[in-house]
Structure formats: C-alpha cells, structure tokens
Design a protein around this ligand. Structure first.
Ligand SMILES: Cc1cc2nc3c(=O)[nH]c(=O)nc-3n(C[C@H](O)[C@H](O)[C@H](O)COP(=O)(O)O)c2cc1C
Length: 223
C-alpha cells in the first residue's frame, strides 16, 4: 500500500491551499534569500506538464528601472480598465490595490514556450492550449509553496503583454502567462481582498459541482 502522509503533513498541505492569498500590499522591503527563491522556483519546476514538455520559463526581476517600466504599463492598462466601469463599481475599483510591482522587492515573469518541441507534442494535438495550462500549474505550485514559506505572491494581469515582452526582451513566439510581485509579508488575509472590498463573493462548492452531465446539479454538498 502507498504510504499516506502523516496527519500533520496532510494538515500542512490543506492549510497552504486554504490560506493561500493573492497579495498586493504589505510587503517587507527585504530581498528574498537566494536559497529560498530557488526552493520556490524549484517547486514551480516540479509541476505537471503536457507530454513532460516543461514549457515554463521564469524571469526574476529586481531592477527598479525595469519594474518602473512595467508599472507604467499597469497604470495605462488599469486606467483603461477603470473606464469600463461606472457608478459605484468604478468607485470601488479606484479604491482597490491591484498590484505591488514597486512595493514588493521582487517581480517574477512566467512565460510559456508553447512551440517547444519538448514532449514531442504528446497531448497537444487537439488541445495545444495545454502548454499554457502546464505553465499555470507551475504558478500554482509556486503560489502554495510561497504561502507555506511566508512569502506573498500577487498576480498582476492588468498589463499590456506586448509591452511587457518588449521591456523584458521576451522572444516573440513566447506567450506571457503571468507577472507577479513577490516578497515577505507580515500577514495573509483570511479572505480574498476582492471579497473584503465587496467586489465579488466566493461561490459555494455546490454552485460549481455537477453530477454526470453539465445540466445536472450535484445538490447539497455534505461536509
Ligand atoms: C489569472 C489571474 C490573474 C489575476 N490578476 C490580478 C490582477 O491583475 N490584479 C489583482 O489585484 N489580482 C489579480 N488576481 C488575483 C485575484 O483577484 C485573486 O486570486 C482572487 O480575488 C481570489 O483571491 P485569493 O487569491 O486571495 O484567494 C489574479 C488571479 C489570477 C488567477
């Protein structure tokens, strides 16, 4: 029989999943020790990938000058996004902290080499997008490991991907998957900041669960 994790180990896994947060503020200025950063990126690199293609590529960014250029892209994209809302929602939007590009000591860009021949296209014939999904799996590994290490990670997608690619000299065939702010934090909020701000609420498991076919709800979920 396969060895199960101990009760404590299991609790740790579920705790990291439950307590992971998207963090955009409250970063300590201290740089992450190199050893820790490599451990976190190593966790990302252990992710599953279609055909074992491992399409993720990580760019670690500390330079203030580069982060300022990315921040400019955020400002432009965010002001465009802001204009798509009106009334009370536009007001709430303007109060949200949606990035920590300059306040976090470290930024990370994850790109996907979707055209990589690695994995010999296994699993990608009918669903080429699985290369991107693989890179997202790496991000989730990183996010969970970071939480367990007391490191906050915030995903910043309010950016112009082409502009980010130019600033970071990312070759044209690569796809930008995610841009992140990263650093030690004192606290992780108990609930998503967007929930706290009244932007959106979390669904219950039974709201997203179906039985056998999409048109059949599962019903009440018993804990
Ligand atoms: C693909 C993706 C892109 C995101 N982009 C942004 C973003 O640009 N700005 C932001 O403040 N949060 C962003 N988030 C964070 C979500 O708002 C956050 O995950 C969600 O509100 C749930 O909160 P939690 O991660 O703390 O549980 C992004 C999350 C994902 C998964």
């Amino acid at each position: 029989m396969v060895e199960r994790y101990s009760r404590e180990e299991l609790a740790g896994v579920y705790r990291a999943i439950r307590e992971r947060r998207d963090v955009r503020s409250g970063f300590a200025p201290d740089a992450l020790p190199q050893e820790l950063l490599i451990r976190l990126l190593g966790s990302a690199h252990h992710a599953p990938s279609v055909g074992l293609m491992q399409p993720w590529r990580f760019i670690v960014i500390q330079s203030r000058a580069i982060r300022e250029r990315i921040f400019e892209s955020f400002q432009d994209a965010s002001s465009q996004e802001h204009k798509t809302y009106s009334g009370e929602r536009a007001e709430v939007y303007s109060r949200l902290t949606l990035q920590g590009i300059l306040s976090a000591p470290l930024n990370l860009c994850v790109v996907c080499d979707c055209a990589s021949p690695r994995g010999h296209s296994l699993g990608r014939h009918t669903m080429p997008e699985t290369a991107l999904y693989s890179a997202v799996c790496a991000i989730q590994n990183l996010w969970l490991a970071a939480r367990a290490e007391g490191v906050g990670l915030g995903w910043v997608s309010i950016l112009d991907p082409e502009r980010v690619k130019t600033v970071l000299k990312i070759p044209a065939p690569m796809r930008l998957v995610g841009y992140f702010c990263m650093g030690f934090v004192e606290n992780f909020a108990a609930e998503p900041e967007l929930e706290r701000a009244g932007w959106e609420r979390r669904l219950r498991l039974e709201d997203v669960l179906r039985s056998e076919t999409f048109d059949q709800p599962w019903g009440t979920v018993q804990p």
